[in-house]
Design a protein around this ligand. Structure first.
Ligand code: ACO
Length: 436
C-alpha cells in the first residue's frame, strides 16, 4: 500500500486527545483512511452497516468506477475482454493476473477440460433432493459436497491445493448446474464432452439427450460465453465478501464457494436476473407496453414494495457497462433466432427508455444493471428462469476463487470479525420460570 503525505485527524468534542490516521492511495480510485489502530488508541469502533464507506481488503483483481460506469479485470476494460477474449482467457487473467499467450491458453484450457467430470457418487447425492427443488438449493449442497470428494485439495494453506481446487471448481460447475437441470426435468445426465468449448460443453450437457445429439449454435455459444465473462468478477460484492469472510476462518475452498453460492441466491444480488425476467413477464401479462405507466407508478410508490428489478446498483451510479454489452448480445441472439419481435425484449426496451427519462430514476441515478438483459438472452437460449442464478454462480466461481486465493496469499490477512454497536439489554439475572 502506498502511504499518502496527507493524514486524517480525528478529533473529539469532549476534549479527548485527537488521533492522526494514515491515508493510503490505491493505483486508482478513492484513498482509504487506515483505522486499524483506532480501537487500540481510542477504545471506539466505527459504525458502517452495509459497508458503505469501508474497504475490507486490498485487491489487485477488479476495479469499478461506478460514476463513470467502468469495469476493469486486472486493468483490462470489460468491453475489450467481452469482444476480444473468451471465458477461458478471462479465467486465466483473473486467477493468474495476466492474459495467457497461445501456449498458456491451450494448457489452461486443457487442464480445466480434464477436470470437467464429477465423481460418479455425486449423482446419488443429487437424488436426495426433491425434483422441484430450486437449483440454487441444489447447488449450495453440491458445491459444499465437493469437499467430501476431493480431500486432496482442501488445505487452503497449501498453494498446490489452492491451485487444483480452483481448477476443479471452474471445471465442475457447468457439469453440476447441468446435472441439477437434468434432474429437475427427469432426463439422464449428459457427461461432458471435452472437444467442445467451455460454454459449448455446458450447453450440450444441458440440452442433449442420449437419443438426440445437440449441436451448439455458434451465436448462442458466444452469447453464453459472454454471459460468463460479464459475470466472472465484480470486486467486493456481497457474495465475494461472503466467500472471503467464510474462507478467512481457514475453511476449505469448496465450503467457502458454497457460502458464496448461498449469498448470491438473494433477489437483491444474483437472484435479480430471475426476478427481472419474472417482472417483465408479469407486466407483459398485465397488458405489456400499454401498462408500463401503471407499473412505473407502482415502482415509485414507496408503500408498494415494488422495485424495478434489474435497475439500480450499489456501486454503479451510471449505466452498468455489462448491461450495454448484454443488450448488444440480446439483439444478436434474438435476431439469429428470428425472435427480434420478442414482446419481452420490446417491453424491456420501452421500460428502460421510460426509466432513463423519469425523474425518480434519474435523480437516484438508477440505471439498468447486467441482469436487466441477461435473463432475456438466457430465456432465448432455452434456459429455464429458475436456473439463471445458478448460471451466474457458475460464471462467478472464478472470481470468488481468485479473490479467496488473493486473500489467503495476503500477509495482512486475518480472520474476518466485524464489531457491533450493542444496544440490547444490559446484564440481568434469570428469574425462575414461574416468576417471569
Ligand atoms: N427500483 C425502484 N427504486 C429503487 C431501485 C429499483 N430497482 N433501486 C433503488 N431504488 C431507490 C430506493 O428505494 C432508494 O430510494 P429513496 O432514496 O427514495 O429511499 C434509492 O433508490 C436508493 O436505493 P438503495 O436501496 O439505498 O440503494 P442500494 O445501493 O442500497 O441498493 C440495489 C442497490 C440492492 C441493487 C437496489 O438498487 C435494488 O434492489 N435493485 C433491484 C434489484 C437488482 O436489480 N439487483 C441486482 C444488483 S446487480 C447484481 O447483483 C449483478
Amino acid at each position: 500500500m502506498t502511504p499518502s503525505d496527507v493524514k486524517a485527524t480525528l478529533s473529539f468534542s469532549d476534549g479527548s486527545p485527537s488521533m492522526d490516521l494514515p491515508i493510503f492511495k490505491g493505483s486508482v480510485g478513492p484513498d482509504v483512511i487506515d483505522i486499524r489502530k483506532l480501537y487500540g488508541q481510542t477504545g471506539k469502533f466505527t459504525y458502517d452497516p452495509g459497508f458503505l464507506s469501508t474497504a475490507a481488503c486490498q485487491s489487485k483483481i477488479t476495479y469499478i468506477d461506478g460514476d463513470k460506469g467502468e469495469l476493469l479485470y486486472r486493468g483490462y476494460p470489460i468491453e475489450q475482454l467481452a469482444t476480444k477474449c473468451d471465458f477461458m482467457e478471462t479465467c486465466h487473467l483473473l486467477l493468474h493476473g495476466e492474459l495467457p499467450n497461445a501456449t498458456q491458453k491451450a494448457d489452461f484450457t486443457k487442464t480445466v477440460t480434464y477436470h470437467t467430470m464429477v465423481n460418479e457418487q455425486m449423482q446419488f447425492f443429487l437424488r436426495g433432493f426433491r425434483r422441484d427443488a430450486h437449483p440454487m438449493a441444489i447447488m449450495t449442497g453440491l458445491v459444499g459436497g465437493l469437499a467430501a470428494f476431493y480431500h486432496d485439495s482442501t488445505d487452503i494453506t497449501n498453494p498446490e491445493h489452492r491451485e487444483i481446487s480452483a481448477v476443479r471448481l471452474i471445471a465442475k460447475m457447468p457439469t453440476l448446474v447441468a446435472m441439477a437441470y437434468k434432474y429437475s426435468i427427469g432426463q439422464p445426465y449428459i457427461y461432458p464432452k471435452n472437444d467442445l468449448s467451455y460454454a459449448g460443453n455446458f450447453m450440450r450437457m444441458m440440452f442433449a439427450t442420449p437419443c438426440e445429439e445437440y449441436v451448439p449454435d455458434d451465436v448462442l455459444v458466444r452469447a453464453m460465453d459472454r454471459i460468463f465473462i460479464l459475470h466472472a468478477d465484480h470486486e467486493q460484492n456481497a457474495s465475494t465478501s461472503t466467500v472471503r469472510l467464510c474462507g478467512s476462518s481457514g475453511t476449505n475452498p469448496f465450503a467457502a464457494i458454497a457460502a458464496g453460492v448461498a449469498c448470491l441466491w438473494g433477489p437483491a444480488h444474483g437472484g435479480a436476473n430471475e426476478a427481472a425476467l419474472n417482472m417483465l413477464e408479469d407486466v407483459n401479462k398485465m397488458g405489456g407496453v400499454e401498462k408500463i405507466g401503471e407499473f412505473i407508478k407502482q415502482v415509485k410508490d414507496k408503500n408498494s414494495n415494488v422495485k424495478l428489478m434489474g435497475f439500480g446498483h450499489r456501486v454503479y451510479k451510471n449505466y452498468d457497462p455489462r448491461a450495454k454489452l448484454m443488450r448488444e448480445t440480446c439483439h444478436e441472439v434474438l435476431t439469429a433466432m428470428g425472435k427480434h419481435n420478442d414482446p419481452i425484449l420490446k417491453l424491456a426496451m420501452a421500460l428502460e427508455k421510460i426509466a432513463l427519462e423519469d425523474d425518480y430514476f434519474v435523480s437516484r441515478k438508477l440505471y439498468p444493471n447486467v441482469d436487466f438483459y441477461s435473463g432475456i438472452v438466457q430465456r432465448a437460449i432455452g434456459i429455464p428462469v429458475s436456473l439463471f442464478t445458478a448460471i451466474f454462480a457458475l460464471a462467478r466461481t472464478v472470481g470468488w476463487i481468485a479473490q479467496l486465493n488473493e486473500m489467503i496469499g495476503d500477509p495482512e490477512y486475518k480472520i474476518g470479525r466485524p464489531r457491533q454497536l450493542f444496544n440490547g439489554a444490559v446484564s440481568r439475572d434469570v428469574k425462575p420460570v414461574g416468576e417471569r
